[in-house]
Design a protein around this ligand. Structure first.
Ligand SMILES: Nc1nc2c(ncn2[C@@H]2O[C@H](COP(=O)(O)OP(=O)(O)OP(=O)(O)O)[C@@H](O)[C@H]2O)c(=O)[nH]1
Length: 313
């Protein structure tokens, strides 16, 4: 079989309904391809070539597997095939790969075509390009859950992660630690060196905290100079103390920004699940109280939450 040629190009010249239909399918803005009952592509329109980068000759008698991006599981494709082979319409979002290797996202509908005996003869796939919409959604999701200055997770994201970690911790009966990290004397940096240096310092602080911890630990920025940390699957409280001291030490090291050496320090408060609180609100509140105890002690130190001393305050 040879790849069919494009139909006539000028709709005004086309009289026969079938030729007009062929021209309409060729010219429509949605990418469309037609396969035989085994899934081999026997026709594709110009919009498909524009979207995928594959000409009809490239894909002729190949299967749509040529578009596979690796972003969907084998189960996904198995389910798709089960649906259309049973004679039903399949509809869903798919991420495909172009001829040049780049990815694109489509909202795709695949419809089986039947002969008079009710046997499937072909499948027709119609794709609507949603790459832009997907990217916008992802950007919006990222903005909703991340701090714009440091790109760390924000308060909302931190609480989501903490809730999930707490669910797992209560099932598996393991401990976790939350830490409240607040810079000491950050305001004078803004006041004397300017807000833009203050911003750079916050970015550098975020990076130092991240580097001091393991990849699996979570660091979030929840306010001006306030960061929180989640240490999951904590083996013992000594580890939390050691990590808190590590944060205090790393943040006490001078920062060099735009050729200036800047010294700040941090106060860190630590609370442990389950001994210091059973839920996210209690844990964060107690880590915050412990942080204030560290600040009252002169800063540049950490404190573990202590229920008795919190009652005395
Ligand atoms: N540069 C910069 N400053 C910010 C940002 N958000 C909040 N701030 C400033 O951060 C400061 C935080 O206030 P404080 O926590 O009282 O400052 P501090 O000097 O560290 O106070 P102590 O913790 O008591 O030592 C305020 O001056 C805010 O204006 C930001 O995104 N960028």
């Amino acid at each position: 079989m040879q790849a069919p040629k494009s139909p006539v190009a000028d709709p005004a010249q086309v009289q026969a309904p079938q030729a007009l239909l062929a021209l309409a399918l060729e010219s429509v803005a949605n990418a469309i391809f037609l396969t035989d009952h085994k899934g081999k592509i026997i026709w594709a329109n110009e919009a498909f070539a524009r979207l995928s980068g594959y000409s009809l000759a490239d894909v002729f008698l190949r299967t749509p597997a040529i578009l596979k991006s690796g972003k969907q599981s084998d189960d996904f494709y198995a389910q798709l095939w089960r649906t259309i082979k049973s004679g039903k319409v399949w509809q869903g979002d798919v991420i495909d790969r172009r001829k040049d290797g780049s990815l694109f996202a489509v909202d795709e509908t695949i419809t089986p075509l039947f002969d008079e005996q009710g046997q499937i003869t072909h499948f027709i796939a119609i794709q609507h390009d949603i790459t832009g919409r997907k990217q916008e959604n992802e950007q919006a999701r990222h903005l909703a859950y991340h701090d714009a200055l440091t790109a760390l997770p924000n308060r909302a994201r931190f609480f989501d992660l903490l809730e999930t970690a707490l669910l797992n911790a209560s099932c598996d009966k393991h401990m976790l630690a939350t830490m409240f990290v607040d810079l000491d004397r950050f305001k004078p940096v803004n006041d004397t060196l300017g807000h833009h240096i203050g911003d750079q310092l916050l970015v550098a602080v975020a990076e130092r905290i991240r580097v001091a911890l393991r990849h699996a630990d979570t660091v979030a920025r929840i306010g001006g100079d306030e960061f929180v940390v989640l240490i999951d699957q904590l083996e013992n409280t000594d580890i939390a103390s050691r990590l808190a001291q590590k944060l205090v030490d790393t943040l006490a090291q001078p920062f060099v920004l735009e050729g200036r050496t800047i010294k700040v320090s941090a106060s860190v408060g630590v609370s442990i699940y389950p001994s210091d609180g059973a839920d996210s609100r209690a844990l964060l509140m107690h880590a915050d109280q412990a942080m204030y105890a560290a600040k009252s002690g002169g800063g540049n130190q950490f404190q573990l939450y202590c229920a008795r001393s919190a009652q005395d305050r």
